[in-house]
Design a protein around this ligand. Structure first.
Ligand code: HEC
Ligand code: HEC
Ligand code: HEC
Ligand code: HEC
Ligand code: HEC
Ligand code: HEC
Length: 349
């Protein structure tokens, strides 16, 4: 089935020099749809002899997207849980297949399944199913049973960042987003990978966007005592971020190259190659601590929140070790980038 789909797509790709497909809008329909579930007399979606509800080339929307995006064009589901494709920003759904991502004390004996590695997409053709623990988006009401690529990305394209849905849009024909798509600019999905001088430029609005499904989950409005998101850093925290250059060099940083792709903040001045640290007006955001797809840590966090030293990641569980951006055995949690609580600690290594 996959072969036939690729064949059909191959014709298109060859005839398009820029290798574009969506082109910030609706791509040619038969890249994703089949009218008769038949090409050259062969079933296009062999898993569904009677066809499938949206006349798609594969059984579910997410399987269709993964047909092109699993192993290239962002490689969001590739390939080996211990040797994942390079990061672009959103993170890799491959970690959903992990049997254990618990690197806390005794984590080996108390497994946390890859289910918790991030957003579970319903793509049975790729071995992926809905979350086994969460029935809805915490803080909101979006049903986990139908969560997939097209819960966040518009299959028919938009000119928004990464074709994300925005305010007023009806998603999957049943759910309305109330907040706009975020202001951001991403790396090319054809080449390159995330680094401190090459990263998504998060400009604003990500926290509100996540709030389309997570409600006021991390919103202090109404007096909730939770970590701020979509709030300004203020001068003290911005200064800490700029000075902090790792556990072993807590005040040696300079604002000109303080940007840490592992701990991003939102600022209208960010560009995909900016290395400038934050100002008091920059914002802490959901994306400061989480990736949008999945990571090899519980709750899709950017670094493992259950370890004391970052090099301990992956040890208990045998899962992928999220690289320590400072490459230092003494490096503690990256929360310190903004709060510097590893001050006065003993550095054992
Ligand atoms: C990138 C893949 C992709 C392309 C290209 C695409 N579609 Fe779709 N389409 C989907 C998916 C996936 C759904 C299922 C609904 C969902 O998940 O949002 C869908 C649903 C639909 C629906 C039913 C639901 C609705 O939104 O009205 C229609 C009609 C439709 N597509 C028509 C088209 C037409 C016409 C074109 C070409 C102009 C096209 N599509 C191009 C992926 C695509
Ligand atoms: C036929 C192959 C193909 C299919 C199927 C496909 N894509 Fe794409 N996608 C591409 C190509 C090629 C690009 C890069 C060029 C472009 O944006 O047109 C791309 C780009 C993207 C981007 C980045 C856009 C940007 O502005 O940076 C996103 C997000 C994306 N696709 C999501 C999806 C989703 C969601 C689906 C399923 C509904 C899907 N794609 C189905 C080929 C495909
Ligand atoms: C279209 C709705 C939707 C949007 C938008 C959305 N989420 Fe979710 N999220 C869900 C659902 C549904 C679940 C529960 C099912 C699951 O985890 O797969 C969830 C679960 C999560 C989890 C817990 C994962 C786990 O398995 O423990 C985190 C963390 C999370 N979301 C963060 C975010 C962040 C950060 C954003 C914005 C970048 C975001 N979400 C945007 C629907 C959404
Ligand atoms: C919960 C919402 C959500 C779901 C579900 C989701 N995406 Fe994304 N996706 C995003 C966001 C947000 C970004 C931008 C993240 C960033 O740059 O930090 C993104 C980025 C991307 C990119 C750009 C490359 C990258 O890694 O940043 C591609 C390609 C993509 N998504 C494809 C997919 C496909 C295919 C699926 C389904 C298998 C999917 N997405 C499911 C929210 C989602
Ligand atoms: C300062 C870091 C930080 C920020 C900012 C942040 N989170 Fe979290 N998030 C975490 C940590 C750590 C956890 C693990 C559970 C905990 O500590 O409460 C978590 C857990 C979650 C969960 C899983 C909850 C569950 O019941 O399983 C969701 C969903 C989530 N965050 C969504 C969001 C959204 C949406 C935003 C932005 C509005 C956001 N987070 C902002 C650090 C953060
Ligand atoms: C991008 C910077 C940034 C990062 C990274 C960050 N925070 Fe925060 N944090 C803030 C801001 C801004 C505030 C609000 C401070 C204020 O209102 O004075 C805050 C407040 C807090 C508070 C409440 C402090 C108080 O005075 O009431 C705690 C606790 C906290 N953060 C813990 C964490 C933890 C744990 C992490 C890592 C999971 C983390 N933060 C990551 C920026 C950050």
């Amino acid at each position: 089935m996959k072969k036939v789909a690729l064949l059909v797509l191959g014709v298109f790709v060859l005839s398009t020099p820029a290798l574009a497909f969506h082109d910030e809008g609706v791509a040619h329909c038969n890249g994703c749809h089949t009218m008769h579930n038949s090409q050259d007399g062969i079933l296009v979606d062999a898993d569904s002899p009677m066809g499938n509800p949206y006349l798609l080339v594969d059984s579910t929307p997410s399987d269709v997207c993964l047909g092109c995006h699993a192993d290239h064009l962002g490689a969001v589901f590739f390939d080996d849980v211990l040797n994942p494709a390079p990061l672009k920003g959103a993170g890799n759904f491959i970690f959903l297949l992990e049997d254990n991502i618990n690197d806390g004390h005794n984590g080996g004996a108390n497994p946390i399944s890859g289910d918790a590695a991030g957003h579970n997409v319903n793509a049975p053709g790729h071995g992926l199913a809905a979350d086994g623990t969460l029935a809805t988006s915490p803080g909101g009401t979006f049903p986990a049973s139908v969560l997939g690529c097209t819960s966040c990305h518009d299959p028919h394209g938009t000119d928004a960042f990464r074709m994300l849905y925005g305010a007023g849009r009806l998603v999957q024909e049943f759910y309305t987003f109330t907040n706009p798509s975020p202001e951001a600019e991403g790396l090319s999905i054809f080449f390159g990978s995330e680094a401190n001088d090459s990263h998504t430029a998060y400009k604003g609005g990500m926290s509100a966007w996540c709030g389309n499904c997570h409600g006021d989950f991390h919103n202090e409005a109404g007096g909730a005592l939770i970590h701020p998101s979509g709030s300004t850093l203020g001068g003290t925290i911005a200064a800490t971020y700029n000075l902090y250059n790792g556990t072993s060099d807590q005040t040696g940083g300079t604002s000109a190259d303080a940007y840490l792709a592992a701990v991003p903040f939102e600022d209208a001045a960010n560009t995909t190659s900016s290395t400038e640290g934050p100002t008091a007006a920059s914002q802490v955001s959901c994306i400061t601590c989480h990736r949008a797809h999945a990571t090899s840590a519980p709750d899709a966090t950017r670094w493992d929140m259950n370890v004391t030293f970052l090099h301990e990641d992956g040890v208990e569980s045998g899962s992928y070790l999220i690289p320590d951006p400072y490459g230092d055995l003494n490096q503690r949690s990256l929360c310190n980038k903004c709060h510097n609580k590893d001050e006065f600690d003993h550095n054992p290594f």
